[in-house]
Write a protein that binds this ligand. Structure first.
Ligand code: 5AD
Length: 352
């Protein structure tokens, strides 16, 4: 490349990186960067934006995967209803509450309750769990139970739940319909909007590397998170799951995943962004890499040993002893000049 073209390109990149509002074309341009130095500049900018808007604290959220039963049949997910090879489990209400206490004892101030869509747990069961955890532990509670009724959301919010995670998975309606037999993107978005409207801190996000997904689709995912004013956004790589129709699809490209997180950070500014378990499954250094490209959240898994291997959303999901893992994480985070947050790590949006 001629020197003057080089200089013009560098100027263009730096102009885009320094914008405060981003058009779809800006986002696709950034996601398509391929030159090593350009990508480093993108990561550096994402890290600066993370520092300016979120600070150096990393928030740990202890997750309990309390049931792998699922009434949905998402084509990418190992928990899908039609996977009859998966041994199913449910934690009892008491086991869930005990596990939450372990999370709190480990010094973690957010408990994430996650499951497949499992109506075995009634509105009253979940309410009881929320109240029991809130009574005995000073923690924030995040629910991640899939789509439930608006009435249930109301009751759980009143019971004390703080946050709800419901990823939109893909903003492309055609891809969404191809992957979800019963659900509609429009309904998903209506749920997210409702959750926010009643005061939940809401989390959404996508899966990167889905069949037929384009760079424009990923740009739309980021823009949708912005439009929804999400408090948390998870951009995670697709990883094939053996007993699903997508078992032969390649895992997401690592670089594209990191670029998406970085662009997500630059566009969304103060949203919480996790370095996901899926990212650490894609590459052993995943969590650390994620924290350098804009992430500020990690969700250590506290699902009891006898169950955690069965929460098989995708293949080769990392398992570990959570107490040791949290110690290792703290060391890693400190060695990066960052700090593990000691508070609940609520939304950084001003309206909360
Ligand atoms: N690869 C990556 N992420 C997946 N999820 C489900 N299946 C996969 C997969 N094969 C994600 C979805 C869901 C979250 C709990 O797990 O985004 O919201």
């Amino acid at each position: 490349m001629k020197l003057d073209t080089h200089i013009a390109n560098d100027k263009y990149l730096s102009d885009v990186l320094n914008k405060s509002e981003f058009e779809r074309d800006d986002i696709t341009y950034l996601l398509e960067l391929s030159d090593k130095n350009d990508i480093q500049l993108l990561y550096k900018k994402a890290d600066e934006v993370r520092k300016e808007f979120c600070g150096d604290e990393v928030h740990l959220r202890g997750i309990i995967e309390f049931s792998n039963f699922c009434e949905q049949d998402c084509v990418y997910c190992g928990l899908r209803k039609s996977n009859d090879k998966l041994e199913r489990y449910r934690l009892s209400v008491d086991e869930i509450i005990d596990t939450a206490k372990k999370i709190y004892s480990a010094g973690i101030k957010t408990v994430v309750l996650q499951s497949g869509e499992d109506s075995h747990y009634t509105k009253e069961d979940i309410t009881h769990i929320i109240k029991a955890i809130k009574d005995s532990c000073d923690v924030a509670i995040t629910l991640s139970l899939g789509e439930r009724s608006f009435d249930e959301y109301d009751e759980w919010k009143t019971a004390g739940a703080d946050r709800y995670l419901l990823k939109h998975e893909t903003a492309n309606e055609k891809i969404y319909s191809a992957l979800h037999s019963k659900q509609k993107l429009e309904e998903r978005l209506a749920h997210l909007k409702y959750l926010k409207s009643i005061g939940f801190q809401a989390g959404s996000g996508n899966i990167i590397g889905l069949p037929k997904q384009t760079i424009e689709d990923i740009a739309d995912d980021i823009l949708l998170c912005k439009e929804l004013d999400c408090d948390m956004c998870s951009f995670s790589p697709f990883i094939p799951s053996p007993e699903t129709p997508l078992k032969n699809i390649s895992p997401a490209d690592l670089k594209l995943t990191l670029k998406t997180m970085a662009v997500g950070r630059i566009v969304l500014k103060n949203a919480h962004i996790p370095a996901t378990t899926a990212l650490s499954t894609l590459t052993p250094e995943g969590r650390k890499l994620g924290l350098t490209v804009g992430a500020n959240v990690i969700m250590p898994n506290f699902t009891p040993d006898e169950y955690k291997d069965k929460y098989r959303i995708y293949a080769n999901k990392k398992t570990y002893d959570p107490i040791k893992y949290v110690e290792e994480l703290k060391k890693m985070i400190n060695s990066m000049g960052r700090k593990v947050s000691e508070d609940k790590g609520h939304s950084l949006k001003k309206n909360i």
